[in-house]
Design a protein around this ligand. Sequence first.
Ligand code: ZN
Length: 441
Amino acid sequence: MPPGVDLFEEHGEVAALWPQRIYHGRTVVCFDRHLDLKPLAPGGAEALRAAASAGEDPAALVRRLPVRGVPGAFGLDDFWTAAAIAGDLKSLVWVPSWRSHPGWWSTATDAVSLIAVRPTAPYDATPRDAYDATPRDAYVPHDSYDDAVDPAPRARACCLSVTLCGVRLAVVPPDLLAEHRRRHLRGDVVVDIDLDWLVDEHGRLDHEVDDLAELVSLCGGELSAMTWSTRSGFLPAEFRRVGRDVARRLGLRTRESSYLPATPWPEDVLLNVHRGVVPPEFTTDSQEPVAEGVAIALRGLAAAAHDPGAAHEAYERAAAHGYRSSWLAYRTGIAHYLAGDHGSARTRLRRAVEIDPADTLAMHARILAARATARIDGPRPALAELSSLARELPLRAGVWRTVRVLAEAVGEPELTQEAEGALRRIRRLGVPEEPAERADR
Ligand SMILES: [Zn+2]
């Protein structure tokens, strides 16, 4: 019988394979349209460590519904971080769906730049000193962080590598994977595929099944899992066959190994939400107590862009059902911001941050909230908010550029210099080191 590969509905379900230590001593090569690495929701790391020390299955902590930011759990968007804690993961190659292009290192840097380099200190939703502090008061010298982590980014001809969330990550465009395999990957490899890699956000095939199979072959390791990501709205249902097609090209059997219960709403709801189409009213017959709240939040999310009032109302109704959606608060904040209502925008954005403070979404919410502060209270309080955020996001060029502008405007030369130094370091990542270097790992 040919060897088999596990097929899952949602990506976080691969946690079921971790007790077999499939990542131990190996590099994971992951084909995915999205990088599922970011700090865990509050309590997630503690819950994983507790499970690991009790010898319990980490898969029990996978979020049952495909929504983000559930305290004490992890799921489709952050499970590589969980794998670093409970799955023996140390080295990850992310193969995005975009190909190399002039300046692709900047695209790669940008793609990881909202991942905070250290656990965020508890975020005070209304920063104590934001309105009257000078930036100098809010300024903490970078080297005074005991827990500061140097992400040690390096740009090389075939990869951008950086350490985030406890994982050494290499971002490698698919057309450079063969070169990266030859130069930089020593030892065993295990491959993981999110099938949304094949299909673009408009539902068009972006890569051929044959090309993916060929890339998997050149990695030369086991293919451990494939994921459909249909329930979470990233792979339109009509493309589900591609999983079996890829397996067939590789001479593998497939096993349907999904264990999460079906979502208690129509399968295309999240696809519509991603596309901003408000789904028709639907009810859930779920045993999950918060499912009704999630259903309300999903409709609010789809409506948020054109009706922030309705979105806010949906937020409150969902919260009354026990589901506080950071995603909905964030989207509502953006809609208010774009409508020029900076006060309401900041309130909603800060609420998103409060719910899941280290999420990439929270980082973006803090950036926008600081911009709202600049409009409401002026440059000095905005600089206080942004300069502390910038140190958590050393690769986020846009934030450092704004810090530089604001620091110049209010006359803070040390902050101006710090921003210039950070921008220089980021710029250097757009110029890879000597391509003829020797393999060094
Ligand atoms: Zn490389």
